[in-house]
Design a protein around this ligand. Structure first.
Ligand SMILES: NC(=O)c1ccc[n+]([C@@H]2O[C@H](COP(=O)([O-])OP(=O)(O)OC[C@H]3O[C@@H](n4cnc5c(N)ncnc54)[C@H](O)[C@@H]3O)[C@@H](O)[C@H]2O)c1
Ligand SMILES: [Zn+2]
Length: 273
């Protein structure tokens, strides 16, 4: 399998039915393949398109079990439903100057943004983000854009926390033996937040470094205030919490709104960088 689903590039050939994309266009390719015309796509759930994967809803380039689409670590990639899937950069020269940054539009940035929107982040929100990886930092940046008052990033990795601090985010070191609600209390004055975002997924670890697939979701339940919301961009992919092919029922709380799933790059306002 050819891996890679963070694709940006120039159109070198197009099919007869492609109307709005032209040879020479510089484009960003959202990683989830979608037809744009099925019920789910029309309802903006492009992460579970019904027409791009013969085995189940949802497709992506270069990814196991998501339709077998050739990934971006290749010289050429075929993009289906190009009018719907490709986001054209309006000014090619301007875009080329920032092309490495603009690569983030294909996956990481809208994924973080989707996590923040799913968690209901808005003006004045307090936000706890689990995971200081690329998705966590994108969720933190998105929370800032959405007007959050206090953004707290938690991880076990000190270098990543130092990096997060450089952007002005508060941090929590999860390798320290102190309950997370207590650490939050020290920062925001209460042991809970308005919104939590899981940017770790099932590969979560406990404070001692041991694998604990459910720990982030359960922490999110603990620290999100009643009436708050949790966004879950972190991948579960059917191996959820040791219960194959079942939803994460051990982690569902009736008091908070939980929103999971892949990002839907097309429904986030990143069309015009
Ligand atoms: N939904 C989507 O569309 C989408 C798109 C891209 C990535 N993802 C998923 O988002 C998740 C994060 O991606 P990434 O590239 O930032 O991953 P990453 O592995 O670089 O970062 C994850 C971070 O989580 C930390 N971590 C581990 N256990 C933790 C815990 N209990 N609490 C807090 N932090 C903990 C790790 O130390 C690591 O720094 C992955 O599951 C990835 O598959 C989802
Ligand atoms: Zn579709």
């Amino acid at each position: 399998m050819v891996l890679g689903h963070e694709i940006s590039g120039e159109v070198i050939e197009k099919g007869d039915d492609v109307e709005f994309i032209n040879v020479g266009d510089l484009v960003s390719v959202p990683f989830n393949v979608a037809c744009g015309r099925c019920r789910n796509c029309k309802e903006r759930h492009t992460d579970v398109c019904l027409n791009v994967n013969p085995t189940r809803p949802g497709g992506a380039y270069g990814y196991v079990d998501l339709g077998g689409w050739t990934g971006g670590q290749a010289n050429y990639v075929m993009v289906p439903y190009a009018d719907f899937n490709l986001l054209k950069f309006p000014d090619k020269d301007q875009a080329m100057k920032k092309i490495l940054d603009l690569t983030c539009l294909t996956d990481i940035l809208p994924t973080g943004y989707h996590g923040a929107v799913s968690a209901g982040v808005g003006t004045g929100s307090t936000v706890y983000i689990a995971g200081a990886g690329p998705v966590g930092l994108a969720a933190a940046g998105a929370s800032q854009l959405l007007g959050a008052a206090c953004i707290i990033v938690g991880d076990l990795n000190k270098e990543r926390l130092t990096h997060a601090k450089r952007f002005g985010f508060e941090t929590i070191d999860l390798s320290v033996d102190a309950p997370i609600p207590d650490q939050l209390h020290q920062i925001v004055g209460v042991p809970e937040v308005d919104a939590a975002i899981d940017c770790v997924g099932f590969e979560a670890h406990g404070s001692g470094g041991e694998a604990q697939p459910a720990v982030v979701l359960n922490t999110a339940m603990d620290v999100t205030r009643a009436g708050g919301a949790i966004g879950i961009p972190g991948s579960m992919l059917g191996r959820t919490l040791g219960r194959p092919r079942k939803p994460p029922s051990t982690a569902i709380s009736p008091c908070v709104l939980v929103s999971a799933g892949q990002n839907r790059s097309r429904s986030t306002p990143v069309r015009h960088p």
